[in-house]
Structure formats: C-alpha cells, structure tokens
Design a protein around this ligand. Structure first.
Ligand code: NAD
Ligand code: WQD
Length: 338
C-alpha cells in the first residue's frame, strides 16, 4: 500500500487517478489545510471506488504512528506541503515548520516502521536563476533562492540525501516539477486556489470566467522572444503519471535520483494568454505591469533523464492544457465550494 501525503491537493488528486488506473492500493493522508473532502469525492466518482482517507498532519507523530500501525505501508509519495511563494516570504517559520519539520517527522516514523521508500515533490525553483536552459538535473541547485518556499524544497532535498548517506537501504526519488497546469479531462477536479491566485494559469482562468478583472503580466522586458517570462508548463495529468512511473523504478535505484518533470518546451506569458484565448474562445483582458520580485526570465527542463530512467515523457500540449484548465474553471467557477 502506498501512502499519499497531501493526496487531496491539486497534484495529489490527479496522481490518485493514475495509481487507481494501474490498480495500485493507496491511502490518503492530508490535513485539508489547502484542500477539501469534496476533491476526494470527485476522484471517487472518476475512479469508481472508495478512497481510504485519514485526516491528519505530517507533523503529528502520534497520528502518523497510528497510521503506520493500522496499514501495511510499503512506500510514500510525499506531496504534503505549503506552496505559496509570497506567503512564505511573509511567514518563513510557518513554511519551514510545515515543510521541513513535517518531512522530518514523516521520515522518522517511516524509519521506525522500516518503510524506506519515498518519492518527494520538489520544484524547479531549486535551480534558482539557471545559467543555462534547458536545465538538466546536474545543474547547480540551492544558489540564489529568493524565498523560503523554494529554500524549504532545497533543504529537504539535502536532508533526503543525508538520510540516504546514513542508510543505503533508503530508496529516494526527488521529482522536480516545472509549472503544472491543466486539469483532469472530466472537468471534475482541478486547481482550486483559496485566495487570489499567485500562479499564471488560475489567474487567467479566473479573468476569463469573470471573477477577476484583468491579468497583470509581470514584465515585458525580459531577454525572451517577446519580453515576457518563459516557463515549462506541464499538464498535471502527465505530471501525475510521472509519479506512477517513478513508483515502478523505486525498488531498482541505488542512489538518490533527482528527476525533472517538464516538457522541455518554454512558453512565454503572452504565448500562454494567446493559446488560452484560442482554446477557450474567451478574451483575456491584460495589462503589462512591472516585474514581480524574485522572478526569472527563462526556466524550462531538459527532460531526457525522465525519459531514460522512468520511460516517461509529457504527452499533452499547451492547447490541451488550456482546454482542460478552462473546462475545470468554467464548470466549477467557485472551485470545490459550488
Ligand atoms: P496543494 O496545496 O494543492 O496540495 C498540497 C496538499 O498538502 C494539500 O491538500 C494540503 O492540505 C496538504 N498539506 C499541507 N500541509 C500539510 C501537513 N502539514 N500535513 C498534512 N497535509 C498537508 O499543492 P499541489 O500543487 O498539489 O502541490 C503538491 C506538492 O508539490 C507540494 O509539496 C508543492 O510544494 C509541490 N510543488 C507544486 C508545484 C505547483 O506549481 N503546484 C510545483 C512544484 C512543486
Ligand atoms: C509563471 C509566469 C510570471 C502570474 C511558481 C513557483 C514554483 C512552482 C510553480 C510551486 C512568470 C508570470 C504570473 C501573474 C504573470 N511552485 N505571471 N502574472 O513563478 O514560474 O513558479 O509556481 O509550488 O516554485 O515559484 O509560476 O505561475 O507564478 O508564473 O505575468 O499574475 O507567469 O511572471 O513569468 P512561477 P507562476
């Protein structure tokens, strides 16, 4: 049985579907801080079976022990974490406590129960402002990180490597996600930000659905083809499938493997706006605003390691990502709280 921490969230829910399609047994553990039971109900609707869900926090050792005592957990996919970059600058201790302390507690309990297989959700943010794009896994990490969220991911990667050095029985895969967007094709699940979205795609979809007035494009004077920032947008279903593929190789690895999950293609903010307008047949009102602090010009993956090691590659293009994001948003203007 695979334990999915943070399994009620955006990437977690999509991953549950990929696991279910492959008949893999899982249990979801989530404190529902940034998600809802409704999301899991929708997954149940899609996969046609009940999900075992335990509400709990990864910092709660007793609750984790109870969980490991009650279920035969063989490996963990660890999504649980806070991810709002801006909030992490304002509340660093909250982020370090939740993400780092939470991960340490989880690893301690896993050790106690001799469960030593983990897939960790890291981020392309650990590369900072990369010297070369596309970014391969052996690029420098941890330098020039501008916010506690990104640093928490980098620190956890280091902790995992130290843990492996101390005990080679551990099987650890670090997945570095680029920019996940899109939603399951059913339109039943998707990204549901609590507040005004920080990320580009949910902001665009909320403008298109009439919840927000206008998108601010953060800078048009970057060294990119049209001056706006370039990122590697990856369909969340492709990303979710990468976890299934990682799970399959977990037993075979004999070092900590860091793997980029991206498409290898970079699109600018304006490229995304245009692609979204075409896919949704909606106009997206926007203005050019000043650069956002901490942003970089270009970030996209060299995904060849994932192809080689996991036999995985992203299949869905930007048009599909935009269509699916729009289907989710237009069918659920208020997310899960309809
Ligand atoms: P999300 O907020 O939708 O999901 C995270 C889930 O973890 C939520 O359901 C939340 O309730 C839960 N959680 C948070 N803290 C917890 C705790 N202490 N105990 C138990 N549950 C807790 O985010 P997501 O987009 O699905 O991201 C999943 C993971 O991937 C996160 O670790 C995130 O940092 C990482 N990641 C996300 C992106 C992205 O752009 N979405 C990019 C790179 C990495
Ligand atoms: C994408 C592009 C913005 C909003 C962040 C985190 C990273 C990972 C993914 C994880 C940039 C521009 C955005 C808007 C805009 N997170 N933009 N107007 O910054 O690449 O990565 O999310 O958990 O760790 O740092 O993603 O979607 O915020 O921005 O012009 O209102 O869109 O400047 O060029 P980012 P993003």
């Amino acid at each position: 049985m695979v334990l999915i921490t943070g399994g009620a969230g955006y990437i977690g829910t999509h991953t549950l579907i990929e696991l279910a399609k492959d008949n893999i047994d899982f249990i979801v553990y989530d404190n529902l801080y940034n998600s809802s039971k409704e999301a899991l109900k929708r997954v149940e609707q899609i996969i046609g079976k009940k999900i075992t869900f335990i509400k709990g926090d990864i910092r709660d050792i007793d609750s984790l022990k109870k969980l490991f005592n009650s279920y035969k957990i063989d490996s963990v996919i660890h999504f649980a974490g806070l991810k709002a970059v801006g909030e992490s600058v304002a509340k660093p201790l909250k982020y370090y406590d939740n993400n780092i302390n939470g991960t340490i507690k989880l690893l301690e309990v896993m050790s106690q129960f001799n469960c030593k297989k983990i897939i960790f959700s890291s981020s392309a943010t650990v590369y900072g402002d990369p010297k070369i794009v596309p970014i391969s896994e052996d690029s420098q990490v941890g330098v020039g990180l501008t916010n506690p969220y990104g640093k928490s991911k980098y620190f956890i990667e280091e902790i995992l490597k130290d843990l492996y050095s101390s005990d080679n029985e551990w099987k650890i895969v670090i997945l570095r996600y680029f920019n996940p967007i899109g939603a399951h094709e059913s339109g039943l699940i998707g990204e549901d930000p609590n507040d005004i979205p920080n990320n580009l795609m949910p902001y665009i979809t909320q403008v298109a659905v009439g919840k927000l007035d206008r998108l601010s494009i953060f800078g048009d004077d970057y060294n990119t083809h049209d001056g706006t920032g370039v990122r590697d947008y990856i369909h969340v279903v492709d990303l979710a499938n990468g976890h299934l593929k990682a799970l399959k190789i977990l037993d075979k690895i004999n070092k900590v493997e860091e793997i980029n999950l991206g498409t290898g293609k970079g699109y600018s903010v304006l490229d995304v706006v245009k692609a979204f307008e075409k896919a949704s047949e909606k106009r997206v009102n926007y203005k050019i605003a000043k650069r956002r602090e901490g942003d970089i010009a270009k970030c996209y993956a060299n995904p060849t390691k994932a192809k080689k090691l996991l036999n995985w590659e992203a299949k869905k293009d930007l048009e599909q990502m935009c269509k699916d994001s729009w289907r989710w948003q237009s069918q659920n203007p208020n997310g899960y709280s309809n």
